[in-house]
Design a protein around this ligand. Structure first.
Ligand SMILES: [Zn+2]
Ligand SMILES: [Zn+2]
Length: 356
């Protein structure tokens, strides 16, 4: 189930039309201008046309919204924290109105306080959010981050701790989920650059969080190196993750039926093709095991996506004997590399999706 973050410029339905023309199975959108605190409420026409178009395309139950970057539920500043809760409430309400089941957001940054205080602050914010939106079906998904500055949510264990804190106070477990971004994971220190290493990272995610909590995947390659804490998305197969890591992710049966969203750059084009077309084709090829050019690994034979047994591909002999997927992967430096410079919050609207 592949989608892409697409623009709602002009009309919300434009994103749906574009998704259809790209041959996608779903879409991710901002339901408002993500750089503004206030948005005018959705009108009935917008809601109706979005809902009927979603149904027509068969996208029901799989669309995704990304919350505004202005929101910081971990902020120690009371005014900013209250504003963040108000805006997040608005985001949840808009999703509920539009029938968007998944709302992805970054956990937040603790800035001048501490990690623990920041996590507690998010949990308290959630208590308020779930109270205000009681009975709603929208699943709020905490997205993993590269962990730059004081941003929370880099480590799988931290996401799990945050989930537990939130669920201590709220009983609505079905309204909470996690979104895993491959670029953020890799740049955050989880090696996804070989089939074996990526399989190991997914196993860690399974052990430390539980794969059933992962409701959305963001599939982005990374411009930054492993552990660089640089949040810069690259086209699939062309970054520091590469094809093999995506194969490992795409062939996990647990991820088979969740939305997988591209947030890769759109600028320019590859030859005469749109980048989304190029990246989608590559993902599909990697999922099916057919060869892609320039593929960096070779696999024995295509296996159905539902094939069980983690790492079964590691054992598959390579027909050309050139598999880079053997567990000879370089040791994973788990140390903290130098601080990456903070992402520039001011750049073009389209470029935003690159850092979502
Ligand atoms: Zn990002
Ligand atoms: Zn993302």
């Amino acid at each position: 189930m592949f989608g892409s973050h697409l623009s709602i410029a002009g009309s919300m339905c434009n994103a749906l039309d574009e998704a259809e023309s790209l041959g996608l199975d779903t879409v991710q959108v901002f339901t408002k201008n993500q750089q503004q605190w206030k948005a005018k409420p959705l009108d009935a026409t917008t809601i109706d046309s979005w809902r009927s178009r979603v149904a027509e395309l068969g996208f029901s139950g799989r669309t995704v919204s990304h919350a505004s970057y202005l929101i910081n539920l971990a902020s120690p500043d009371d005014a900013l924290w209250a504003k963040s809760i108000d805006l997040m409430t608005d985001e949840i309400e808009r999703c509920e109105q539009l029938g968007i089941p998944f709302l992805v957001h970054h956990p937040g940054a603790f800035t001048t306080s501490t990690r623990e205080a920041g996590l507690a602050r998010i949990a308290r914010a959630y208590r308020e959010l779930f109270t205000r939106t009681k009975g709603y079906r929208v699943v709020s998904c905490l997205e993993n981050t590269v962990g730059s500055g004081s941003n929370l949510g880099r480590e799988f264990t931290e996401l799990a701790a945050l989930r537990d804190l939130i669920l201590n106070d709220a009983v609505e477990a079905q309204r909470l989920g996690v979104c895993i971004d491959t670029c953020h994971a890799h740049a955050g220190g989880y090696d996804l650059s070989t089939f074996a290493a990526a399989s190991q990272a997914i196993d860690r995610l399974e052990a430390e969080l539980g794969l059933q909590w992962v409701r959305v995947l963001h599939l982005n390659d990374s411009k930054g190196a492993l552990g660089s804490r640089l949040d810069r998305h690259e086209h699939i197969g062309r970054g520091t993750i590469g094809d093999a890591g995506f194969q490992a992710v795409l062939r996990r049966s647990e991820f088979a039926n969740i939305p997988k969203i591209l947030e890769t750059p759109k600028e320019g084009e590859d030859g005469s093709e749109l980048w989304d077309t190029v990246n989608l084709r590559r993902l599909k090829a990697l999922q099916q095991g057919s060869s892609v050019e320039p593929i960096s690994i070779s696999t024995a034979k295509p296996e159905p996506a539902k094939s069980k047994g983690k790492g079964s591909f590691q054992r598959s002999p390579s027909p050309r004997g050139k598999s880079r997927t053997a567990p000879s992967a370089k040791p994973i430096p788990r140390s903290r590399p130098e601080r990456a410079s903070q992402k520039n919050p001011k750049s073009g609207r389209r470029g935003k999706a690159e850092r979502a």
